[in-house]
Design a protein around this ligand. Structure first.
Ligand code: AMP
Ligand code: ZN
Length: 463
């Protein structure tokens, strides 16, 4: 049984899918705003999304998962102040907004592939769904939850008594003066834009019954989740920064349009900190996956680091921490490979016990630090066994750390043709066929590798 923490109820709850008959889980994930390179903080949110996906699959579910690409409407403040991030970036880089979106979407997809993150079933762009968004706004207007000002169409939060249910804010405590700049035309300070009347200089704008407009950021997620998943789906994911504004407003919009909270479970991943503080351009600590690679760190070492902390705790990134994650990953791979072709037989009962422990951990609100410790326990076992190797490979379907990658202690990756000979040589030695084993050692030497026989098995290095 899978238990997950639901931000909506602030409780760990048993997961029950809507579509029990077909065993399909419907998920929506807020995707990146493609105005710049995604940083490693963003990537925490997507590793989380991927881990959740793979746990659901491990548990036997099928998935229908949507992730959006925000290429319009996300202003420099998550509320309705500032400039459209896309347009600002296009102006600064002297490129068209569409080229900016294309370039950073491609980079994002490359980065997630490097982290072994699966692409969700639907990856959809906001600018391809303007019509659906307009229709969604119309429904909210028709149901009496919105009003027009000179700037656009605004959601009237006073019409929805449950507003604030996700972030648990008390509407009466929200003072208009609390925000620096108050839009005098707004009826309530928390009212937010659904549909924005486009200023002259705004490049992305579409003709609508309210004139040339562009969508607010929150409406895109409501319209696209509704289109691909229907009015009600299972899980909505995002980072904790989405709770007070973006997701609160998504719930309000859905209630305005359909009368329903769109998702049964709202899951949020905590922030990644850098040196225990916020990431910021002025501090020069906004790191990307490429920055890690430039320092000789493998993207999957960052995925390993993700597992060292529970997703609802803050995770602190330091260069020392990522280097030690890389070392641990190298060691775990090496230990895993010691079990390859291992001759010991492990009783089914023991394998089952280990798998149950692993399954309990992942199903307990995605407790990856515990799950990882179980993998280590198996890998460290000195009774080398193919059974353990296969079990680790099964766990790695979730972890996605390429644990079967063959490398030596220093992290040197060993090519497949070399590992094949190593495997052959191990078999020869097990059969005490030392003549063959010596021949194979010479062959490896010709290929540029030195093999040493130690208590722990064969060790390989460059000749
Ligand atoms: P954005 O591209 O700004 O829309 O953000 C993409 C995703 O990254 C969202 O789910 C955010 O909640 C998440 N996110 C942004 N910064 C961080 C961070 N420092 N740690 C974890 N997640 C983050
Ligand atoms: Zn969203």
């Amino acid at each position: 049984m899978l238990y997950i923490y639901n931000t909506l109820t602030r409780k760990k709850e048993e997961f029950k899918p809507i579509d029990k008959e077909n065993n399909v889980v419907k998920i929506y994930t807020c995707g990146p705003t493609v105005y710049n390179y995604a940083h490693i903080g963003n990537m925490r949110a997507y590793i989380f999304m991927d881990t959740l996906r793979k746990i659901l699959k491990y548990d036997g579910y099928k998935l229908n998962h949507v992730m959006n690409i925000t290429d319009v409407g996300h202003l420099t403040s998550d509320a309705d102040e500032g400039e459209d991030k896309m347009e600002k970036s296009a102006r600064e880089k002297k490129m068209s907004v569409y080229d900016i979106a294309k370039m950073y979407t491609e980079c994002f997809l490359k980065d997630i592939a490097k982290l072994n993150i699966e692409t969700p079933e639907h990856v959809v762009k906001a600018t391809d769904h303007i019509k659906e968004m307009e229709e969604y706004v119309d429904k909210i207007v028709k149901n009496g939850y919105a009003y027009e000002t000179s700037k656009g169409i605004y959601f009237d939060t006073s019409k929805l008594p449950s507003y604030g249910e996700l972030s648990k804010v008390n509407l009466n405590d929200q003072k208009a003066g609390a925000r620096i700049e108050v839009d005098k035309e707004k009826k309530n300070p928390l009212d937010f834009a659904l549909w924005i009347k486009s200023p002259e200089e705004h490049i992305m704008k579409w003709d609508s019954k309210y004139g040339l407009c562009y969508p607010g950021w929150h409406i895109e997620c409501s319209a696209m989740s509704n289109k691909y998943l229907g009015e009600k789906f299972d899980i909505h994911t995002g980072g904790v920064d989405h709770i007070p504004i973006h997701h609160e407003n998504e719930i309000a919009q859905a209630k305005g349009a359909t009368g329903k909270n769109p998702a049964n479970y709202w899951m949020h991943v905590e922030f990644l900190l850098i040196d225990n503080g916020k990431m910021s351009k002025s501090l020069g600590n906004v790191y990307t996956i490429e920055d890690l690679e430039k320092k000789g760190i493998e993207p999957l070492a960052y995925r390993y680091l993700f597992y060292t902390s529970h997703y609802r705790n803050k995770l602190n990134f330091t260069w020392d921490a990522i280097k030690s994650a890389q070392t641990s990953l190298n060691n775990l791979r090496q230990l895993t490979n010691m079990h390859k072709n291992g001759q010991n037989k492990v009783e089914d009962k023991i394998l089952e016990e280990i798998e149950n422990k692993f399954s309990d951990a992942i199903n307990d609100d995605i407790n990856m630090p515990v799950a990882l410790s179980i993998v280590w326990e198996v890998a460290k076992n000195k009774d080398y066994s193919e059974d353990y190797y296969n079990l680790i490979k099964k766990f790695d379907k979730i972890l996605s750390l390429n644990l079967d990658k063959y490398q030596n202690e220093e992290g040197l990756e060993i090519p497949e043709d070399v590992t094949k000979i190593l495997d052959e040589r191990k078999l020869a030695r097990d059969k005490k066929d030392f003549q063959k084993s010596d021949l194979l050692r010479d062959k490896l030497k010709d290929m540029g590798y030195l093999v040493k026989d130690t208590k722990e098995g064969q060790k390989i290095e460059r000749a």
